[in-house]
Design a protein around this ligand. Structure first.
Ligand code: ZN
Length: 91
């Protein structure tokens, strides 16, 4: 399971919002999946958005989108997700 961290540094967001329903829709069309609840481990929130995250152990500044609830999209801590990480630049 990948561990991720929400991107708070605006310069790494590529001019896109940190999270939005538009990013969720793009993640869904890219993966063909349609999650009904948050992909953060242990969370079952249903108000889903696509959030831009980084892998804290990855040396590079690549950003990815994952589907989580709004509360997880505001987290400051690292968390595990069960969903596929899709590179933001591929959406
Ligand atoms: Zn959540």
């Amino acid at each position: 399971m990948p561990i991720v961290k929400n991107i708070k540094d605006k310069s790494l967001l590529g001019g896109k919002p940190m999270y939005s329903t538009d990013l969720l829709k793009k993640w869904e069309s890219k993966t063909g999946e349609n999650p009904s609840s948050c992909s953060a481990q242990g969370c079952y929130g249903r108000d889903l958005v696509g959030v831009q995250v980084q892998e804290p152990n990855n040396f590079f500044d690549d950003s990815y989108v994952v589907p989580v609830c709004k509360s997880c999209a505001e987290k400051d801590t690292e968390y595990y997700v069960s969903s596929e990480l899709v590179k933001t630049e591929e959406l």
